[in-house]
Design a protein around this ligand. Sequence first.
Ligand code: NAD
Ligand code: DAU
Length: 341
Amino acid sequence: MNLLVTGGCGFIGSNFVRYWLGQHPQDQVVVYDKLTYAGRRENLHDLWNDPRLELVVGDIGDLALVRQTCQTKNIDLIVNFAAETHVDQSILGPLVFTETNVRGTHVLLEVVRELGIRLHHISTDEVYGHIRDGHQSVETDELAPRSPYAASKAAADQLVQAYFITYGLPVTITRGANNVGPYQYPEKAVPLFSTNALLGEPLPVYGDGQQMRDYAHVYDHCTGIETVLLRGEAGQVYNVGTGREMTNLEMVDIVLTTLGKDYALVKHVADRPGHDRRYSMNVEKLRRLAWEPRYDPKEAVAEATKWYAQNEWWWSPIRSGEFREYYDRQYAQRLAEGGAQ
Ligand code: NAD
Ligand code: DAU
């Protein structure tokens, strides 16, 4: 197969490309990526000399370039990871989220409709909104997104499903839980807390830190996507996570213990506006396709944290560059003022 992996220079996309080429040595992969701040060539540093991999730098909103790339590279399948992905960034500057996550996905659907190729779309548990205690989201639950990021992802899901219903296109969707692992941009909680702890800087915990997340290892997300690509049914949605959650303070504790750092680094700061209290997904539908996660959330967070401890070469240049401007905008006042515990 010839795959077009959009967003393949990002966190999950790059892990997926490495996983896929390892498991499917006959396949060719074209990474199509705009190389935003989160898209980094070095995330695939070990693979750029591999003749099975190439990079096209482009925007998924550029219909002519997506079409031309699919035609000239004989693409059979698009796996769409490309997105603006950070909730806090979506609160600071939401419009680009609609542009990439909604319009960009729509452009991919138009190309897929024209050329008759398959699309697998990567979505998120955030589309379900925050979940009451005792419930786990199933794929048929109503979508109830609560941040600009989540709303843009929900809109994209609905477009993908509408194209299946209207045009019968061969499309599938996976909704992933909070992923952790190598090459995650340090705006996200686990790499942020790991690298802050390594630098001896405070860990800014929003609000009381009792929010619940399913911290799933990116490896399990990759095997989940592979399972759907090989055995999923067109038009269907599949949740991918571990089905188990922990509080953010429990996650922080694992990060600090793994690094041998002191809890005194934790600083409660003003909460994220509209902060979703709990995500939790039922993953039985994917299990029925003979998939099982390898890592439990505690192992996933510990493994991810170790990777940041061992790979300063990767995060150090990010932390000292443009990231600093965002960090100050997001945290300077919060850290100065502190917040409720
Ligand atoms: P990321 O922010 O690390 O990477 C996003 C990638 O998309 C980058 O390489 C970026 O350059 C590229 N990109 C952004 N806009 C683009 C555009 N207009 N055209 C082409 N490329 C563009 O994201 P991630 O965490 O790897 O997430 C990948 C996908 O998985 C997203 O769709 C996200 O919504 C979804 N997801 C993420 C998580 C998570 O925990 N990180 C969980 C569930 C689902
Ligand atoms: O659930 C899937 C989603 O997981 C993906 O769709 C998103 O792309 C991804 O960013 C992630 O969203 P979250 O908002 O859950 O992840 P984040 O790493 O930003 O935050 C995890 C939790 O930690 C959340 O409850 C907010 C909290 N947090 C985060 C940051 C960055 C803090 O307490 N302090 C922080 O500084």
